[in-house]
Design a protein around this ligand. Structure first.
Ligand SMILES: NC(=O)c1ccc[n+]([C@@H]2O[C@H](COP(=O)([O-])OP(=O)(O)OC[C@H]3O[C@@H](n4cnc5c(N)ncnc54)[C@H](OP(=O)(O)O)[C@@H]3O)[C@@H](O)[C@H]2O)c1
Length: 258
């Protein structure tokens, strides 16, 4: 398979890094970016092949890692080539398979829509996918290729907006939450290393514990917030400030734009 990544920004390069972390992945990856220097950097870092100018589109898979605002112009440029042989993979937020086909002016294209997240760079993305040719061999290959970047989830296309909020955008909200922990740890005299270790192990432990427990989140909270204890004092602050509602509102705001 010959694979071309168009757009090697944050997400494109994180996915390439995830895929190339599998030493058994032997397919050829080419990279094309508007600013050529960026594709050169990525090519050196991940041992992929830079493309300076798009003179043909003779690739089996074309991965679109550009921003939504850049898609229409790119589609104009790509329409100069014969398009039906490739499988297009789009990670472009809020762009449905139908909209992408309409913009390409061709409803016969094999399009796989994905929504990864930045944790692809450490092979821990949760990547959703949907395709108009889900059973094709190339689509299966695409899904396997992205499983090198973490876990993959097939979802119906109408769930992309909520999934985008829950997994594509949420790392940013989780970093915000972690930043609060981190600043508090530093303020209380912990070193950076210790602060990161405390945060990481507490958060991974709590996630694992809740995932493996038969108890609801409320029951788990009650088991820690014993009356007159210290946890309940902090919990009251979270509840008075509607912490859960704020999270739900943030996710909903992201979903509306997705
Ligand atoms: N960042 C995330 O966490 C995340 C998560 C999930 C999905 N996504 C989706 O992933 C896509 C890329 O996001 P990003 O964060 O990686 O953006 P980004 O860092 O801005 O990268 C976009 C890249 O596309 C290049 N580009 C734009 N037009 C091009 C063209 N016509 N031909 C070739 N290259 C072109 C840009 O080149 P220049 O260097 O010239 O600007 C830039 O390097 C977006 O559609 C976004 O919705 C992002």
């Amino acid at each position: 398979m010959k694979i071309l990544f168009i757009g090697t920004g944050h997400m494109g390069s994180a996915l390439i890094s995830g895929i190339k972390s599998n030493n058994n992945f032997k397919e050829q990856i080419f990279v094309f970016n508007r600013t050529y220097e960026k594709s050169l950097d990525v090519s050196k870092k991940y041992n992929v092949i830079p493309v300076k100018k798009l003179e043909h589109l003779n690739y089996d898979i074309v991965v679109l890692g550009i921003r939504p605002a850049d898609f229409e112009q790119l589609a104009v440029d790509l329409k100069k080539f014969t398009l039906e042989k490739q499988t297009f993979v789009t990670m472009i937020n809020a762009l449905s398979i139908k909209q992408a086909s309409d913009i390409f002016g061709n409803n016969k294209l094999n399009i796989v829509r994905i929504m990864p997240n930045m944790n692809a760079a450490i092979q821990q993305s949760v990547t959703a996918y949907s395709s108009n040719k889900i059973n094709s061999e190339v689509t299966k290959f695409v899904i396997e290729m992205f499983s090198n970047c973490g876990t993959v989830e097939e979802i119906p296309e109408d769930k992309f907006p909520a999934f985008t909020a829950l997994a594509g955008c949420s790392p940013s909200y989780i970093f915000t939450f972690l930043n609060g922990f981190y600043k508090y740890a530093l303020k209380n005299g912990f070193s950076k290393d210790q602060a990161y270790r405390i945060m990481k192990n507490t958060i991974i432990g709590s996630t694992e514990y809740s995932t493996n427990s038969d108890n609801s989140f409320d029951e788990l909270i009650n088991s820690i917030c014993v009356p007159n204890g210290s946890t309940i004092e902090g919990q009251k602050v979270l509840e008075t400030n509607n912490f859960q509602d704020i999270i739900i509102k943030a996710l909903e705001a992201a979903k509306q734009k997705s």
